[in-house]
Design a protein around this ligand. Structure first.
Ligand code: XMP
Length: 517
């Protein structure tokens, strides 16, 4: 792999994704990983990421100079560029000039391997206080800015290079090309990380892991569990059984979609458990959001465990135990839980509430090395329909946390109808890919007066919550076109009895979360 050394900025994972976009497999490692450990992994190259603003700051992570004696190609970015400079005998100065945001770089000389043929002046994204004033001995300086004469350097012979700017962000339009040139041309790595190679390698590994034994997978209807299941199905076919729990908190058509589209695309053996009454009974009289979430999580696990036991019992007679549980854990989950070290980390709210630790299965996690966009591409490669692969996020507790107040069958029906209209209209307007998601929330304990037909009504408001986001950690409310909002509002108030008012949530996250509960 190419190892991206993480100096604690938010850029390391993004860099790893960009390296993979250049069709080279990469992983993130913490900056305190010993050089011997890095070398033992036999990396094709190392990328030093951005990080704190000054190499001279107290406690700033240093680069062990031994890293440069291991014969491994190294690319330094921002802080990594400065740390590399300091370790190789160049000069980093605290000049007092800072560059933040969009900056213009000028190519120096022939631009070297990384920058030749690029426009002589082009924009890049900068974020630094200190600057390199002198490149290390033997390095060619290939770009500079008004305030930073040394903004890029390289030594093709030693297979080292670096840039002061952030090539990984979209605001550096030539950044990806520069990174690609380092990987392919300076480090000499062949681009082999493609969707079809990911699929082939994963299937081989799955066959090795599972052998002729049996596996079970809980489908949520979301992208990750669907792609994980499809991979395992491709690898071991009939040895996989999928379980889909219908908790009654799903949106219109969701269960049918999984049963129809997913099975049609994969031929997987699917067991659907109808647990609607059980969930509604458990939620009766409950209004507190956390209590709802806990109940839904607990009931989900009980139903899933029961399904697993039933399958075991059936299989037991035939002498075939179910040994494996398939999970859709992604690479960012592994990195964020300090992982990669081999320990299984199950994100606690991975599905609904997470699965219990004492579930007697070994884990199969075919997406453990992948980012979300790679998962989507794998899904398409496996023939999953767009309706599954580009599905917007939907919370495990479902509509249960979008009814403000007690969850009842009638209220679910109302919300489901309103939600279906909003989704239909957003799809019709071609906006699905522009928004992250658009929850519809039923204010079941609020009533408002309206006039519909010729009479007074006393119904409930619904809230539209369209948001735009990269990762759901932060979000902005989406400025939907007025005509689309009008169409949604008119249809909901006309077609959904009990709803006589449609309101728009114009709160970003923070301070609001995306869901209302
Ligand atoms: P919040 O409301 O925390 O939501 O801003 C962030 C994103 O996570 C989704 N979400 C969940 N997903 N289980 C899930 O699988 C949950 O319990 C859960 N709660 C929120 C939410 O839809 C949004 O995309």
């Amino acid at each position: 792999p190419v190892l991206v050394v993480d100096y604690g900025a938010q850029y390391a994972q993004l860099i790893a994704r960009r390296v993979r976009e250049a069709q080279v497999y990469s992983e993130v490692v913490p900056h305190d990983t010993p050089v011997a450990e890095i070398a033992a992994r036999n990396p094709a190259a190392i990328v030093l990421s951005g990080g704190p603003s000054s190499v001279y700051a107290d406690g700033a992570p240093q680069v062990d100079p031994e890293l440069f004696n291991a014969g491994i190609p190294v690319f330094g970015i921002c802080y990594g560029f400065q740390a590399m400079t300091a370790a190789l005998g160049g000069t980093v100065e605290h000049t007092g000039t800072r560059e933040y945001g969009r900056t213009e770089v000028s190519i120096s000389g022939d631009g070297g391997r990384l920058h030749n043929d690029l426009p002589g002046h082009h924009p890049v994204w900068m974020s630094h206080g200190d600057s390199v004033s002198k490149a290390p001995e033997g390095f060619q300086v290939t770009a500079g800015t008004k305030d930073t004469p040394v903004a890029a350097f390289e030594s093709v012979e030693r297979r080292f290079a670096g840039v002061q700017y952030h090539p990984e962000v979209v605001h550096s339009p030539h950044g990806q090309e520069v990174l690609r040139r380092f990987l392919h041309e300076i480090a000499g790595i062949r681009p082999q990380w493609t969707t079809s190679s990911i699929v082939d390698d994963t299937i081989t590994a799955l066959r090795e892991q599972i052998g002729d034994r049996r596996a079970i997978c809980g489908l949520s209807g979301g992208v990750d569990s669907a792609v994980a299941a499809a991979l395992v199905q491709r690898a071991v076919g009939e040895q996989l059984t999928c379980v889909f729990v219908d908790h009654g908190l799903l949106r219109a058509g969701e269960r049918a979609q999984v049963e129809r589209d997913f099975v049609a695309a994969t031929g997987v053996r699917l067991v659907t458990i109808d647990a609607v009454d059980r969930f509604l009974a458990a939620l009766a009289g409950v209004t507190d959001p956390e209590e709802k979430r806990k109940i839904i999580g607990r009931e989900f696990i009980r139903v899933f465990e029961q399904a697993a036991r039933d399958l075991q019992a059936e299989a037991g007679a035939a002498g075939e135990q179910i040994d494996f549980l398939v999970q859709g854990t992604l690479y960012p989950d592994v990195v964020e839980s300090g992982g990669g070290s081999g320990a299984a980390n199950i994100k606690s709210h991975h599905n609904v509430g997470g699965l219990p630790d004492d579930l007697q299965f070994s884990l199969v996690e075919p997406l453990r090395a992948l980012f979300k966009d790679e998962v989507r591409r794998v899904g398409l490669e496996l023939g999953l329909p767009e309706t599954i692969v580009h599905r917007q996020p939907f919370p495990g507790p479902g509509l249960g946390i979008r009814i403000i107040g007690e969850v009842t069958a009638g209220r679910l029906e109302t919300l489901r109808a309103a939600d279906a209209i909003a989704r239909e209209e957003l799809t019709a307007a071609g906006l699905d890919r522009d928004i992250w998601q658009c929850p519809v929330v039923l204010l079941a304990d609020v009533r408002s007066v309206g006039v519909q037909g010729d009479g007074r009504t006393y119904g409930h408001p619904v809230v539209l919550r369209p948001v735009s986001s990269e990762d759901a950690m932060t979000a902005d409310w989406t400025r939907l076109p007025y005509d689309v909002l009008e169409q949604i509002s008119t249809r909901i108030t006309n077609e959904v009895s009990d709803v006589n008012r449609v309101t728009l949530d114009v709160t970003s996250k923070p301070p609001g979360t995306i869901e209302w509960e």
